[in-house]
Write a protein that binds this ligand. Structure first.
Ligand code: SAH
Ligand code: SF4
Ligand code: F3S
Length: 511
């Protein structure tokens, strides 16, 4: 018996007592299909509000610990909070130490090959822990689970994985765990559907200062390079009253900042059939809630409407920072990316935003080395970057994703050229970021204090409304509050400052 077979045989879990498990056990093997995930039908979105843990599962986690590692975007981070909430309702406790966990979940991201490779690397690494503790359950969830190529690879090469479940199956976690405890086989449950909205899932929030709030799920944009519409289903909005209620509760619990989440938040409300209610309306309602800072991500330039700009211009708790991914500055590339806007349209939108919100900070996402991108087309991206004067950007080399239209395109751009373009772009990004930071020297900024430096208790760190990191010396009692800080020095990625005083709205709250 080789090592792998020996390990596999150790993994066979026998029910602990003689009991008829058949009533619990429905053999689970639902594999993903990117082809099905691509369909967009006419059925209405179903809203569920009846999530409940069945009684038979209530003690499943007693004496057991869970560990979740999260990859990818904030939506995944927030899904992790939901799964942590479910684990806790099942009686599990959380641990930061993989080796003492009874269940390990990898909540994965499929956006680029590099993201996937990290997960496969980690899965290989987990074999060591499984050897030490054959009872440990290992699960893969998140966007990678929605890809059949990934599930096939896990079935073949990573047999120490006990369960694979998809982004539409999170609420099924109690059942999936139960199956995994009972079954000798890998449990695979991935629904490739357009998706519903499930409202009352529990959440164990990871922070106490900032919170994420989903406003919509899925994406219908189908940019030709992107896997998200396949992994997350169709665009479906949460009802405004549910979102507003959640934000109110967070405000009452003392949260200071909320981030509204969606893959394309500007499409919010497009799917409502009974009401006309869009992102501008939602922001206008949230504006009146007593929570100091409200952000949203991610915006798509195409659906960014004038009403939203008008509302954002009212300021208050709506911060003057907009993340607006442009992807490319070349009309030809934008066209083959199916972004459905032009460079001119993007610049016009930026102009409108800057006129309405003169001190706005704009940040973006850019992909370089798209199939057949020419040097001229890349130059147009650099020019656009300078013309807008973005304060920061996430920059990527194009990564082909199986199942997407772009993956079928022939590509004549050598890897070295792509790397070199990324390098040149990053140089411009760093230059503009440094310039934006330098301009703050001598100014007083509002900082939401998130914690103290690892090495020194009296060095506090927090973020400005435009999401710039500031370090300064002050009493740790300010953690969790907004304070005023005078910027003394701009570093390459952050600011140094001197404590000036409390923000007046919070004077009463700081003891
Ligand atoms: N919904 C958001 C983006 C989500 S993905 C939007 O439309 O703006 C985050 C970023 O990853 C994208 O903005 C894009 O720049 C990058 N990205 C997505 N797919 C990619 C791919 N196949 N290769 C390289 N970068 C990619
Ligand atoms: Fe992907 Fe485009 Fe949707 Fe963003 S808008 S998630 S880039 S398909
Ligand atoms: Fe990644 Fe899925 Fe988010 S692919 S970026 S985790 S939506």
């Amino acid at each position: 018996m080789n090592e792998e077979q020996r390990l596999a045989s150790q993994q066979v879990k026998q029910p602990q007592q003689e009991k008829d498990y058949s009533k619990y056990f429905e053999k689970v093997f639902t594999a993903p299909s990117l082809k099905d995930a691509k369909k967009r039908g006419k059925e209405e979105v179903k809203y569920h509000k009846d999530f409940d843990i069945e009684e038979k599962f209530l003690h499943m986690g007693e004496g057991r610990k869970f560990y979740i590692r999260t990859y990818g975007c904030q939506m995944n981070e927030h899904d992790t909070e939901v799964m942590a909430g479910i684990f806790m309702q099942l009686g599990y406790t959380s641990t930061e130490q993989i080796e003492e966990a009874d269940v390990v979940l990898l909540n994965t991201c499929a956006i680029r090959e590099g993201a996937e490779n990290k997960v496969f690397g980690e899965l290989g690494f987990l074999l060591k822990y499984k050897r030490q503790n054959p009872e440990m359950l290992i699960g893969v969830c998140g966007c990678m689970s929605q890809e059949e190529s990934v599930v096939n690879r896990i079935l073949k090469q990573y047999q120490h994985v006990d369960m694979v479940f998809g982004t539409h199956n999170i609420h099924r976690l109690p059942h999936i765990l139960n199956e995994a405890y009972m079954s000798k086989e890998m449990v695979v449950e991935v629904w490739s559907k357009e998706g519903d909205v499930i409202e009352n899932l529990p959440k164990k929030r990871l922070g106490s200062i900032k919170a994420w709030v989903n406003i919509m799920y899925g994406c219908d944009k189908f940019c030709t390079y992107c896997i998200v519409p396949y992994t997350r289903g169709k665009e479906r909005s949460r009802r405004p009253e549910e979102i507003i209620q959640e934000v109110r509760e967070l405000a009452a619990q003392g949260y200071k900042e909320i981030m509204l989440l969606g893959q394309n938040v500007n499409a919010y409300g497009k799917d409502f059939e009974d009401i006309t209610y869009r992102l501008g309306d939602l922001m206008d309602a949230i504006r009146t809630i007593d929570i100091p800072r409200v952000r949203f991500t991610t915006s798509h330039p195409r659906d960014f409407d004038d009403h939203l700009i008008e509302i954002l211009a009212k300021g208050g708790n709506l911060v003057e920072h907009i993340h607006l991914p442009v992807q490319s500055g070349s009309n030809e590339i934008l066209k083959i990316m199916a972004r459905k806007y032009t460079r001119e349209h993007f610049l016009q939108l930026v102009e409108k935003i800057k006129t309405a919100i003169p001190n706005v900070a704009l940040t973006t996402d850019i992909i370089v080395g798209y199939p057949n991108e020419t040097e001229e087309q890349f130059q147009e991206t650099l020019d656009l970057y300078r013309e807008v004067g973005f304060e920061m950007a996430f920059t990527y080399i194009y990564s082909p994703r199986e199942g997407t239209p772009a993956a079928k395109m022939t590509d004549n751009v050598p890897d070295e050229v792509k790397k070199e373009r990324l390098h040149r772009l990053n140089h411009v990004v760093a230059e503009y970021s440094a310039k934006a930071l330098k301009e703050l020297e001598g100014q007083i900024v509002e900082v939401l204090v998130e914690g103290s430096s690892k090495r020194r208790d009296d060095v506090l760190a927090g973020y400005t409304r435009k999401n710039r990191l500031v370090n300064f010396k002050a009493d740790p009692k300010y953690i969790g509050h907004r304070v005023l800080v005078k910027v003394t020095e701009a570093k390459s990625h952050s600011l140094l400052g001197e404590f000036v005083g409390k923000v007046k709205e919070e004077v009463e709250l700081i003891k």
